[in-house]
Design a protein around this ligand. Structure first.
Ligand code: 5RP
Length: 253
């Protein structure tokens, strides 16, 4: 590494032999890119999470994706920005490209109707902006994320991005709303709260199944709380979801 090059330690994909789980993620990512990214798509949204590096890997295998081409890539956060830069692709932003052809993103859980919980990586605000800006929003994940009702596999709760000065008020609002267990997300060393790419905090809110069965209504109620900037419930947004399984199959819904 030479002067002026900042080592972040992020790799595009893991080195060496992939585990069955990683292979499953790669299968889902490759299938989604092959099915939904067309040569005439000039602006792509790149999401966050452990499956997305394989999306970038697949895109790099297409000659017309590389830098100096007329295709641009818009990231949902720090991780995806690094992926784009390290792959040598054209980096764009939503203010340059408020309309995106295809956004491909990971998820924490996806239900039967393609509603999703997102924000395990605290990127839900930018992720939702890029999902909404996209003509086609596609989810990629491994099969553990595929469920009938949100909250069945993802027990951490709904990630809610809040303005730092309002977090305690929103916390109380959520309790009064019926949230079983709101938690202010803390950093790994527990020295302070996780701070998002936008400088905000995240509350993870666990709701019982009766709430989770109607994610659109729950989203609406949480979003009405002043101080809430975005909710990691993505309802009615995804056009398709690809789930890779360790047995080498991919399910598309
Ligand atoms: C980040 C996200 C991610 O897409 C989601 O957390 C899935 O990540 P992983 O594939 O690493 O489990 O929503 O905010």
């Amino acid at each position: 590494i030479g002067p002026g090059v900042i080592p972040t330690g992020l790799r595009i994909v893991p080195h060496g032999e992939l585990t069955a789980e990683e292979k499953a993620k790669r299968l889902a990512a490759y299938a989604a890119v092959d099915a939904h990214v067309k040569e005439h798509h000039k602006v792509l949204g790149i999401g966050s999470g452990s499956t997305v590096p394989y999306v970038v890997e697949r895109l790099c295998q297409e000659p017309h994706c590389k830098a100096n081409s007329d295709r641009w890539f818009v990231p949902t956060g720090f991780q995806s920005k690094e992926l784009i830069v390290k792959a040598g692709l054209n980096l764009g932003d939503v203010d340059q490209f408020p309309t995106i052809d295809v956004t491909i993103d990971g998820a924490d859980e996806v239900d039967d109707e393609l509603n999703a919980i997102k924000g395990g990586g605290a990127c839900q605000l930018r992720e939702k902006v890029l999902a909404e800006a996209a003509t086609h929003f596609i989810i990629v994940a491994d099969s553990r994320k595929d469920s009938k009702v949100l909250g069945t596999n993802w027990k951490q709760g709904v990630p809610i991005e809040v303005a730092p000065f309002a977090w305690a008020k929103v916390f109380v609002n959520l309790q009064k709303m019926g949230c079983e267990k709101p938690t202010l997300r803390m950093g790994k060393m527990k020295a302070g709260p996780v701070v998002t790419d936008n400088g905000n905090f995240v509350i993870d809110a666990v709701f019982s199944e009766s709430y989770m069965r109607d994610p659109a209504e729950l989203l609406h109620r949480i979003k009405m709380l002043t101080g809430v900037l975005e909710v990691g419930l993505f309802t009615g947004m995804a056009e398709a979801a690809y789930f890779g399984a360790p047995d080498g199959t991919v399910t598309c819904r």
